[in-house]
Write a protein that binds this ligand. Sequence first.
Ligand SMILES: *Cc1c(COP(=O)(O)O)cnc(C)c1O
Length: 393
Amino acid sequence: MSDEWNRRTQLVHTGSRRSQYGEMAEAIFLTQGFAYDSAEAAEARFIKAGDDEFIYARYGNPTVRMFEERIAAIEGTEDAFATASGMAAVNGALTSMLRAGDHVVSSRALFGSCLYILEEVLGRYGVEVTFVDGTDLDQWRAAVRSGTKAVFFESVSNPTLEVIDIRAVADIAHAVGALVVVDNVFATPIFSRAVDQGADVVVYSTTKHIDGQGRALGGVICGTREFIRKTAETYLKHTGGAMSPFTAWIMLNGMVTLDLRCRAMADSALIVAQALGNDTRLSSVIFPGLASHPQHALAMEQMGSGGTIVSFDIKGGKEAAFRFMNALEIIKISNNLGDAKTIATHPATTTHQRLPQDQKDLLGITPGLIRLSVGLEDPSDLLADLMRGLSRV
Ligand SMILES: *Cc1c(COP(=O)(O)O)cnc(C)c1O
């Protein structure tokens, strides 16, 4: 029945499991194990656990299961596996399916830790990875080959907000039998239609919009039942990347307001991007919701929204960017995103500091670049704060 509900209803109700007490709020089943009625029952459960049967929290837990069912319903996948962090999800999705000799094609514009997995970890175990400019379909076409097991990309890249054409890359990948794995954090589960557009596996850091208040680290892998339970779960339950029940409870509660929050944040992000669009103190404003964005049409078709992040380049480089940040009163200097609190990040000296200069140049991570994660404050207060900052550059 919950398949027929609309999204806001699913966000509130799907996946709820009640104990014999009929509690209204989802319970935190803070238990590592489960008692069996008999030795025979224990044996039977180890042979095959039913839907409402659990063995050990590393394999699954009722509160975690509630979150998995809710996010799978929203993403439109058959199943999901919740992980301890977004990186456990990225690593689990890739490592669980790959072996020595396999080939992977990946977009180059990646979150630093994703880059570490693709550049360092996979190579160490004999997986060959080819990097491409994710927005250039010819590069994807040239890079895939028979034997390419997976393609990987962030559907909207961090921090320069390039939008990758999921449908087109999926067609190229599927032609050689490769699985399409999408890190969809910037698109959010609300604006995502990645599975409809051809993605096979969708990965989130739930630390971002799903928690939405910057409290807990978490992640999730969404996909077919076959992929989630046979491939991902088998790997993750033995290697220890499971989400804790307490975290799952936070994420379940985050889901309840996810649609409202993402829409409010995206509305404010558009207001901010439009207001900054013609500011002469900036050399560029990057927001997929602006007509000036190179993939604006694609972003609208793919997500129906510009998202909740705005990046802009302040003239005057690092010194001007730092003067801007230090003058902010409401907006916090930090490096999370998707939080209710608006956050300004200077990628060149923080999240992407580790990258060599030529990589920063290639990815457009300039000394004046600011990544703004727009939160839930009143947009007029945010604009006043941004203008306060810009008056100091
Ligand atoms: C934050 C982030 C991750 C990592 O998630 P954690 O929860 O911090 O482990 C991966 N990919 C993208 C695009 C992110 O923004």
